[in-house]
Design a protein around this ligand. Structure first.
Ligand SMILES: [Zn+2]
Length: 471
């Protein structure tokens, strides 16, 4: 099957150019000057399918490197399965995810890894890779890290918060980082000071401050900035590369930027919720409404300027990419577990479907350039996590993961029209000046004309290499 995408504007992280894209089977084989000719050969007459992308952007499919499909948490589990979550991602122009294998304290890493393969295999609409969460760092976890790197799982996530669930102490963190420095893998960190947060939560509940708003108050920016700095120092001590997940506080960014200025392999992602949403407007909504936006790290105060700082950090490359931390829970039966006690609200927001649109709106609003949009949503995730060349770029030899994006289209976000398995939208009422028209996953058209043409199991496991982003 040969496909020609003609008359479009190809946007890569390196630049923007009018070009035609020729796909053979699952692979991009040529990016040519417009006019559908290659060495005098008329391409259009020799392909099975022609897609006219006139007036539209042709971009590498989005890569969401931080999702939690069907993740068990707080006695329930994230409401999107690998099937529903990856299909929703496809609707929004994301053609690869990297999800997290969960290992809780006491569990065996490789057993959990095998379980996650069972959950995902045959169910995904798009390609998927895994990071491995390490909750306690047993000796067997260290040998598992080496084995997983060989399996194509080249990144490991640790937590400095959630005592008794995920938390690793500083000694355990150093032990894992030492191994990462040896085997070349990436250390990912949930950087919040857990014991300080646990104390503030207890005090807040005891005072009767139990509404969702206090989720934000009890996870102050100091807890994020302190843990970010500590993680950077521990990485510095061991030589491990470090990637801070879901950065929301501007003071945390300042630590990341300072480490980068010293030439360190320290990186950070932020998420759409930290660019657009706030403590005052969303978490502070009346009654129990704020539960919709309970996630960790929390939404920050707009009055303190965090949101503006996140956009600025994307422009200056103090932060390198945007993932969603997609971890959806319904209000009914899930978020409701925390009525009367915010600490029992499952933590998470669902955004996997909307990341490309929400960041494109940043282009329209003048926050980032067109190429930077592609870079933070696709190219850098591919380079950061060892997929670049196959993913993250429109060039010959790359997988034909291609999105045709219409800058003259429009998208209204609502629970009534989204495809995620959620009974509300954290983005209700957001209007986007653009639209995902057509999505190809390894050469197959899976979204076109507002219809889904794929089927579950189309997505394959991505065996990742080591990060291609290190200094
Ligand atoms: Zn997460």
């Amino acid at each position: 099957m040969k496909t020609l995408i003609k008359n479009g504007t190809v946007v890569n992280a390196t630049g923007v150019a009018a070009a035609d894209v020729l796909i053979d089977g699952e692979t991009i084989v040529a990016v040519t000057a417009p006019g559908s000719h290659l060495l005098g050969f008329n391409l259009e007459q020799n392909v099975d399918r022609v897609i006219d992308a006139h007036g539209k952007y042709v971009i590498p499919g989005g890569i969401d490197a931080h999702t939690h499909m069907e993740m068990p948490f707080g006695g329930t589990q994230a409401s999107d399965t690998f099937e529903t979550g990856t299909r929703a991602a496809a609707w929004g122009g994301t053609t690869s995810i990297v999800d997290f294998v969960v290992q809780y304290a006491g569990e065996n890493v490789l057993d959990q890894y095998a379980k996650w393969h069972e959950k995902a295999a045959g169910n995904c609409a798009i390609d998927y890779g895994f990071h491995q969460i390490l909750s306690d760092v047993q000796d067997s976890s260290l040998t598992a890290m080496d084995e997983l790197v060989r399996e194509g799982v080249s990144s490991f996530k640790l937590f400095m918060a959630y005592k008794g669930v995920f938390l690793s102490d500083d000694g355990q963190i150093v032990k894992a980082m030492q191994r990462s420095a040896e085997n070349g893998s990436m250390m990912m960190m949930h950087a919040e000071n857990g014991s300080v947060i646990d104390l503030l939560v207890q005090q807040s509940i005891a005072r009767g401050d139990t509404a969702p708003y206090f989720h934000g108050i009890t996870r102050p920016w100091q807890a994020e900035a302190e843990a970010t700095h500590r993680a950077i120092m521990l990485a510095d001590l061991t030589g491990a590369p470090l990637y801070i997940v879901h950065v929301s506080a501007k003071q945390a960014v300042e630590h990341i930027a300072a480490a980068r200025d010293r030439g360190k392999n320290v990186f950070g992602e932020t998420c759409p919720q930290y660019l657009y949403l706030s403590l005052e407007e969303q978490l502070g909504a009346p009654g129990f409404e704020g539960a919709k936006w309970v996630c960790s790290t929390p939404l920050r105060a707009r009055a303190e300027g965090h949101q503006d700082h996140m956009w600025q950090s994307l422009r200056t490359n103090d932060l390198q990419m945007v993932s969603t931390d997609h971890c959806p829970f319904c209000m009914k039966g899930q978020k409701e577990l925390g009525i009367g006690d915010f600490s029992k609200i499952p933590n998470g927001i669902g955004s996997v479907e909307h990341r490309m649109d929400l960041l494109y709106q940043g282009v329209v609003d003048g926050q980032i350039s067109l190429s930077r949009w592609v870079e933070v949503c696709s190219t850098t995730p591919a380079r950061m996590f060892g997929m670049y060349g196959k993913k993250g770029v429109i060039q010959p030899g790359a997988d034909a993961d291609v999105v045709i994006y219409d800058p003259n289209g429009h998208t209204s976000i609502s629970v009534d029209t989204h495809h995620m398995n959620m009974d509300y939208s954290a983005w209700e009422g957001f209007e986007i000046d653009g639209h995902v028209d057509t999505v190809l996953s390894r050469g197959r058209v899976i979204i076109d004309d507002n219809q889904y043409h794929g089927s579950k199991g189309d997505g394959e496991f991505i065996k990742r290499g080591l990060s291609q982003y290190l200094i």
